[in-house]
Design a binder for this molecule. Structure first.
Ligand code: ATP
Ligand code: MG
Length: 111
């Protein structure tokens, strides 16, 4: 089981979620964020409402079974890529366990 943390442009969210829906996924969490990558926000700064070169981004966080991982990554990349700097980044983390609070299910059964 892996956690996909995709940091994307806010205006990419709808396309990302729509294309993931076609793939099928158990659940998703979206968080508002500010950040910068290697350009430190400078070349995108004309769009920025924030200080310190931090640009608004959304974090799409999704925990999936390993067999869905590559498909999900591929889908997110295709939906979020404009081919311009600031398109975003995806980090992958191992997930030790999952607990569904309502039932106490553990592991894959809890996804
Ligand atoms: N190494 C990192 N650690 C944590 N967050 C990061 C890192 N790199 C990028 N991010 C986050 O991802 C967002 C988008 O990064 P961005 O796409 O600009 O990466 P990049 O490496 O500069 O690539 P590009 O050259 O395509 O712009 C940043 O605003 C930041 O929130
Ligand atoms: Mg960048």
């Amino acid at each position: 089981v892996k956690r996909i943390e995709a940091i994307v442009r806010p205006d990419a969210l709808r396309a990302v979620l729509a294309s993931l829906k076609a793939v099928g996924y158990p659940g998703v969490t979206v968080l508002e964020a500010e950040g910068h990558g290697t350009q430190k926000g400078e070349t995108e700064a004309y769009r920025s409402q924030s200080v310190d070169c931090l640009l608004p981004k959304l974090i799409v966080s999704m925990v999936v079974e390993d067999n869905l991982l590559e498909k999900a990554i591929d889908t997110i990349v295709k939906a979020a890529r404009k081919g311009e700097i600031g398109d975003g980044k995806i980090f992958i983390y191992p997930v030790d366990d999952v607990i569904r609070i309502r039932t106490g299910d553990r592991g894959r059964a809890a996804l």
